[in-house]
Ligand binder design. Structure first.
Ligand code: ADP
Ligand code: SF4
Length: 687
């Protein structure tokens, strides 16, 4: 370890009365498991501890039913009844020598209390943060005193549940403590409003009371958003952010620094390509306190981590997403296997799962969220059951993942790809404006594949049924992907658009390849309503193509709301001069004009349209699958055939990786064992 260039990252750090064994700190992050799926939650956090993280934290833990985050599934520590479920996590994490941290949260008007139905409360009376016609009531002095009691009681219960670090939380616009600090959320005229000292009073009380209650044996962490990135309209570090740090400087045992709101903290690589983008703030906080500081910003590169520690920018390498993409990141650095790190691509599919209240998933790490219910682990996979061989056709995300995992199990794998490069759709999508980091999905896998001596890769090999017969391998995984249809059938219109033969129609790939041939403006028609049409419009506009963006949706790329990007997507198109037409579906092309039908009234308007990029729906490339199945049916062959990824049903890159992984895990499993549709479930106790 002494000769390890990264040894600095494995030094212990004291956090109040506890000591973390190294500088790797998984900061609190949501995971869609929380109080509803405690076994799944504990197993997921345990995998991080097993992978070497020194500290592993929960997500937000509601301290009281007046802060009920339903329908979002977060953690809960309302009373002692929550302790056994939380203890599952602390015991699992402790088994591997890591510390367990809990983020105590009262969300003020960021909760809607849909489950508890208790009136929402916050510093001011104001609308709740979610689209629900409901307002919070202004907290009385009695409420403030009750809240402090709940927080203290939750801290004591957290200690009893085995946590080593307990948070006071003032970040993301999601905590009542932060709402008291921010002047536009606190217009009180009592001792909790007005001056910064007054607005900070509640946070100071929480920190002092938490220290008093559990500070003898637990570290007290303070998670604080030092800047809202709203300029003068919000908290700025150089104004009140710095002052807060100065006023509270030595009170917590640890500063967990970030920016607010969540979309600024968890920025995607599309809009924030820089690793360590929050470091300027973190470094400033570090200069104002002697207490340890943890900072985040998609930190993945060990060299950068060492540099940051060396120059005193922070003490602890904070990570949510890099720990999701690779729970074993610290161990890989420790053993100097840094080339094996699965790098986060900054796509926020993990975030989207929390927004849909389902267990977390990750594009890079298909085992994320499956630790308990399927028993998956990113580093260990069950060995092969026989000496059978497998053929994988297509090297997109599904084919690459499937081949790699079959090879890791020990099978002899043949991977055939029609093109001269491996990667499928990822090669195209990562070539688009803002998405270059997505290429890591391919690079990380190809790197590992090239090190295996049991995968033979054939590029420029478009396989037909005859080739497959010639090869003689009977286990066949068809990862042949999908193609964008060009007839206009999509989410809102199930029959083709008439008149398309009279204009130039491009698929997304064709438009990007032939953008120089687009002479006047082009219509980008988005009836998929995912992310791609917005990216294509942005990409073409950056190449000086005039773009008119038309969609039946009421905003641009509505799906990207779930990845915290929608506002940035629409802003970027508006700023670059793309003309946006929402709530309109194209029903006909006539005389180089698109006839648009209003999705509400059916009224017709017209827009010039000589060429169009169709982003509406994909069709699985299933011809080879169909032919091979037919050959089986006719009794000519006895193949074991499976279509995987987009060839089975088009979806996200994350879905393709997952389905490739699932197919490799299930290969040769006993029919009764095949967990394709079934997995373990946490059943409610009927006691
Ligand atoms: P997925 O997302 O499911 O992995 P992709 O569309 O990304 O699918 O990748 C499919 C890959 O399969 C592409 O790289 C394509 O060139 C390749 N492919 C399609 N048909 C064949 C074939 N018959 N033989 C070999 N490769 C094929
Ligand atoms: Fe990173 Fe995307 Fe995985 Fe989230 S889903 S951890 S952003 S790779």
């Amino acid at each position: 370890m002494n000769n390890n260039p990264y040894s600095k990252l494995f030094e212990p750090v004291k956090i109040g009365p506890v000591v973390t064994k190294n500088r790797f700190y998984q900061v609190p992050h949501c995971c869609g498991m929380g109080h509803l799926r405690p076994k799944a939650h504990a197993a997921m956090r345990e995998t991080k501890a097993k992978g070497g993280w020194g500290v592993v934290s929960t997500e937000e833990a509601e301290i009281h039913p007046s802060s009920d985050l339903a329908p979002y599934v977060e953690q809960r520590i309302w009373d002692k009844k929550d302790i056994p479920a939380l203890r599952l996590m602390t015991e699992a994490v402790h088994k591997h020598g890591a510390l367990a941290a809990i983020e105590l949260t009262h969300s003020g008007h960021n909760s809607t209390n849909l489950f508890s139905r208790i009136p929402v409360m916050s510093p001011n009376a104001q609308p709740v943060n979610f689209l629900y016609p409901k307002q919070s009531r202004r907290m009385s002095k009695r409420d403030i005193s009750d809240f402090r009691d709940w927080h203290k009681r939750a801290a004591l219960n957290a200690k009893e549940a085995g946590f080593d670090i307990v948070y006071v939380y003032a970040g993301h616009g999601m905590s009542v403590a932060q709402q008291f600090i921010l002047p536009d959320m606190n217009n009180r005229v009592d001792e909790y409003g007005g001056s910064l000292d007054n607005r900070l009073r509640l946070t100071r009380e929480l920190l002092e009371e938490t220290q008093e209650a559990i500070g003898d044996s637990c570290g007290v962490a303070f998670r604080f958003a030092v800047d809202e990135l709203k300029g003068k309209d919000g908290m700025q570090f150089e104004e009140e952010g710095r002052a807060v740090v100065e006023l509270l400087s030595e009170l917590p045992d640890l500063w967990d620094v970030n920016v607010s709101d969540w979309s600024n903290d968890s920025q995607t690589s599309r809009f924030q390509p820089n690793e360590g983008y929050q470091m300027p703030y973190v470094e400033l906080v570090k200069s104002l306190t002697t207490k340890p500081v943890v900072g985040v910003g998609r930190l993945t590169s060990p060299d950068l981590m060492v540099k940051l520690v060396d120059r005193g920018a922070l003490d602890l390498i904070g990570a949510a997403r890099p720990s999701i993409a690779d729970p074993y990141l610290p161990n890989k650095i420790k053993t100097e296997n840094t080339d094996q790190i699965k790098e986060c691509i900054g796509c926020n599919i993990c975030v989207s799962s929390d927004n849909f209240s389902v267990p977390i998933r990750c594009t890079q790490n298909p085992t994320m969220g499956e630790e308990w219910r399927r028993g998956w682990d990113p580093e260990y996979i069950k060995p092969k059951l026989s000496d059978q061989q497998a053929l994988v056709v297509g090297s997109g995300p599904a084919g690459l993942e499937c081949s790699l995992q079959l090879a890791r199990r020990g099978y002899q794998v043949t991977l055939a790809e029609a093109e001269n490069k491996l990667g499928g759709r990822v090669l195209f999508e990562s070539s688009l404006k803002g998405l270059s980091a997505w290429k890591r999905v391919v690079d990380n896998r190809v790197h590992e594949i090239l090190q295996k001596n049991n995968i033979e890769v054939y590029k420029e090999s478009r396989l037909t049924e005859d080739h497959i017969i010639e090869l003689g391998i009977k286990n066949i995984f068809l990862a042949t992907g999908s193609s964008w249809r060009k007839d206009g059938v999509g989410r809102s219109r199930r029959s083709p658009i008439q008149g398309l033969e009279s204009i130039k129609v491009y698929s997304p790939e064709e438009a990007v390849q032939n953008y120089k041939n687009i002479k006047s403006s082009v219509v980008v028609y988005d009836d998929e309503q995912g992310y791609l049409a917005g990216v294509i419009a942005d990409h073409l506009k950056a190449k000086n193509v005039e773009v008119v963006f038309i969609t039946p949706a009421s905003v641009v790329s509505p799906w990207t709301d779930s990845t915290l990007e929608q506002k940035r997507v629409q802003r970027s198109l508006i700023n670059s001069g793309v003309k946006i037409i929402c709530n309109q579906s194209i029903y006909k092309i006539e005389n180089a004009t698109a006839l648009l039908e209003c999705t509400y009234t059916g009224s017709i308007t017209k827009v010039p349209c000589k060429s169009i990029v169709m982003v509406t729906e994909r069709i699985s490339n299933s011809a080879l699958y169909d032919n091979l199945m037919q050959s089986n049916l006719e009794g000519k062959t006895q193949y074991n055939i499976q279509a995987i990824g987009d060839a089975e049903a088009p979806g996200l890159i994350a879905d393709a990786v997952y389905l490739g992984h699932l197919a490799a895990q299930n290969f040769e499993a006993d029919e009764t064992d095949i967990q394709r549709e079934m997995f373990m479930r946490e059943m409610p106790s009927l006691k």
